[in-house]
Ligand binder design. Structure first.
Ligand SMILES: [Zn+2]
Length: 268
């Protein structure tokens, strides 16, 4: 009697057996879960590798089917605020390539590749050119976004014959850092030419991802807070000026017309 090297189930002698390296054999169900055709021999893979792949596939599917996923950028970046997690990657051809990270303690995010690291500017979020691409819409202004933010393919790349990484660098408040290689996790490439369309597509996707991620960074929040405080203090100053003017009006140092004009201007 044979037993499946993945699930341990007993396999009836008539069932289709999938052979792996070292004469390991797996059942039809496990072969299907791994995306393999039952009854065929796959001499280059082991039950251990497939076990890992199957469990990663399940983990990925669990994430993308969560009701609590509240923001996404195509199916390559998903944000689950409720569970404080983000996911970057894809799951195709039965092989899961993805990366999970924590959401609540991100200090800032950067674009990176073999040759450069580009700070994602906080003003990008409010500028029209870098409008967030949320909800599966593919970059309308692909060239504009990628060109403006990064996509510097001239001097930087002239001496490089291949690019091996291109992704998002996340720095956490505790100083830890994650590098999410979008080239690998999404485009499934471990190296490309610097002039390839894939690099431009990766950069565009990364730009869009960064737009979605930006509001979760501490630096972005601090900037928003500072802007709010600025607006608040302007209002406070205006009110103080008006109170002063009212005193001057009372003392007859300001005419009613002058006061009205000032009031109109201040409250505009
Ligand atoms: Zn099995």
């Amino acid at each position: 009697m044979k037993y499946c090297a993945i699930c341990g189930k007993e396999m009836p002698w008539r069932s289709l057996k999938t052979y792996l390296e070292n004469h390991e054999v797996i059942c039809e169900d496990c072969a299907a879960e791994a995306g393999f055709q039952a009854g065929i021999t796959y001499p280059d893979t082991s039950a251990e590798i497939l076990k890992f792949k199957i469990s990663k596939d399940k983990e990925y599917k669990e994430f993308i089917n969560r009701e609590s996923v509240n923001k996404y950028c195509q199916d390559h970046l998903m944000i689950d605020e409720k569970n404080n997690e983000l996911l970057i990657g894809r799951c195709d051809y039965g092989s899961a390539l993805f990366y999970k990270a924590k959401l609540n303690n991100i200090l800032d995010i950067k674009y990176y590749d073999d040759n450069q690291t580009v700070e994602i500017q906080t003003q990008t979020a409010s500028s029209g050119a870098g409008k967030a691409v949320v909800g599966g819409l593919l970059f309308g202004g692909l060239g504009a976004i990628a060109g403006g933010l990064m996509g510097r393919q001239d001097a930087h790349y002239s001496t490089k014959t291949t690019i091996t990484k291109c992704g998002i660098q996340i720095t956490y408040e505790n100083g830890e850092m994650d590098e999410l290689n979008v080239l690998l996790y999404v485009f499934m490439k471990d190296s490309i030419s610097p002039n390839s369309e894939t690099l431009r597509q990766a950069q565009s996707l990364i730009t869009a991802m960064c737009e979605v991620l930006l509001p979760y960074t501490k630096k972005w929040k601090e900037k928003q807070e500072a802007e709010k405080n600025d607006a608040r203090s302007t209002t406070t100053n205006n009110v103080e000026a008006l109170v002063k003017a009212a005193e001057l009006l009372d003392k007859g140092l300001l005419s009613q017309e002058e006061f009205d004009a000032l009031k109109k201007k201040t409250l505009a």
